[in-house]
Every structure is written in C-alpha cells, then in structure tokens.
Write a protein that binds this ligand. Structure first.
Ligand SMILES: [Zn+2]
Length: 251
C-alpha cells in the first residue's frame, strides 16, 4: 500500500479513492492535516514528526468522505485533443490537429472567418497526431516565454532592476516565483490567461527584485508598474484553478 519515494514522503493508493494521496511527514507540522492539490488532482496528508502512520490512517479514514467530495468537485481535466477548446491569451481557440498538413511539426493560429465550420479562432497543430499534444504544449511554453520575457523587461526597466533570467516551468502550485539570486520562474499556463493577468504576474515577480516579501511597500511597487493589479488578482482568484484543466492528462 505504501510505496516509498523519498525518505519522508509516501504515495498511498486508498481503496475507493480515485486519486493519489501524498503522505508527507513534516517535522514542523503541529497536527495532522489533509488538503487537496488542484493541479495534481490528488490529496496531501501532512503528518507531524511523532505521529504514527496508524494514527495518520485513521485520520484519513475519518475524513474520507470529505476528501471524496472535494476531489469530485475539482474542475474536469481538458486534454489537448482535436476539436477541443483551449484559451490562448484569454481567448478561446479550437484545436485542429492536421496530420496531413505539409508543414510538419508546426503550430500556427488562424483567426475565425465567416463560412468556417467553427466560429472560434483556430490553433493548428501539424504532424503525427500522437505527438500533437506534446507539440502544442511546447509551443504554448514558447509563447509564454516570449510574452513573459517581454513584460518582465518592461517592468524591470520601469523599476530599475535586472532579472538574472526568466524561466518557464510546469510548476503546479505557483504562478510565479522569484529566487534569491534573481531568477524569475513562471507557469506556462499563464499564456492561457488574459494578457493583463500574465502582465500582472510579470510585474509581481519583478517587484520582488526590490522587495523580497509581500509587505505594503511591495504592493505599492507592483501597483506603480501595473495599474490593473487588482483586476488581475481578482481574475486569478476566480479563474486560476480552471487553467490547470488544460492539457492536464497529456504531458
Ligand atoms: Zn510574491
């Protein structure tokens, strides 16, 4: 039942639960706690240092129904597939996998035009269909990198700072982060959000190069370079979890 991964974490497959449970022993935890990781569609059971696994097991059993309900309420995953709809910079696009197109291995977009089958703009992915989800994800990551690098440069110039590097990651728990040595990292999924949301995240992480905390002066710096901060934060709070649906089961 327990498969050991790292010294302090276990993956648990619980009968009757259609999701993995990550059991994490945390010496700093004061009590047992259970949470749901939306991006990974799984549960996390945190166990304090001196709590036995038996105790942890009965804690899990006690909250099993709650956990099942929470997992069932998660947004359904939306794999990248021919015909499915994916937002790009906040605008819905229909996916068109075109295995027979001459432009092999290429991804491109086309605006909607009257008379077409779909009224949505399209994202074409050429080449073998089995590689299309991976190719699309790589392309979305490149788009994210371009947009985020551009916006970070704008905010950095305004705030008089220089990021060491801008990296795009598949991080599931954070939209962005700023390391102590000035490397800014972002989730590729920000390319799915409206442009002003991506812009706010860029401003937020660049502002950390001046203030490595979330105090009042930090927020004043973000607002100085990103006037639409409040709207963007509200958008993320309302819609952020939804962005984790896309491409979830593919790559
Ligand atoms: Zn922050």
């Amino acid at each position: 039942m327990f498969s050991r991964r790292k010294a302090e974490t276990f993956h648990l497959t619980a009968a009757g639960l259609d999701a993995p449970v990550l059991v994490r022993r945390n010496p700093r935890a004061r009590r047992l706690s259970l949470s749901v990781n939306e991006a990974r569609r799984g549960a996390v059971l945190t166990v304090p240092r001196y709590t036995s696994l038996e105790e942890a097991g009965s804690f899990l059993a006690k909250h099993f129904e709650w956990l099942q309900k929470r997992l069932a309420a998660l947004p359904r995953p939306m794999p990248f597939a021919h015909g499915s709809v994916v937002p790009l910079r906040g605008r819905d696009h229909a996916l068109q996998f075109t295995p027979n197109a001459k432009k092999r291995g290429v991804v491109w977009t086309e605006d909607e035009s009257p008379g077409k089958k779909t009224s949505l703009p399209l994202i074409y992915v050429a080449g073998a269909e089995e590689h299309a989800p991976r190719r699309l994800k790589d392309w979305l990551k490149r788009q994210a990198r371009e947009d985020l690098s551009g916006r970070c440069a704008v905010h950095a110039a305004r705030l008089g700072v220089t990021p060491k590097r801008v990296t795009i990651r598949d991080q599931s728990t954070r939209w962005g982060s700023c390391s102590a040595n000035g490397v800014l990292s972002f989730s590729w999924r920000l390319i799915l959000a409206p442009a002003q949301v991506l812009d706010y995240l860029a401003a937020h992480e660049v502002a950390h190069l001046r203030e490595m905390n979330h105090g009042a002066s930090f927020w004043a710096i973000v607002r100085e370079t990103c006037a639409t901060m409040d709207e963007a934060k509200a958008w993320i709070k309302k819609n952020g979890a939804e962005l984790h649906r896309y491409g979830a089961s593919d790559c």
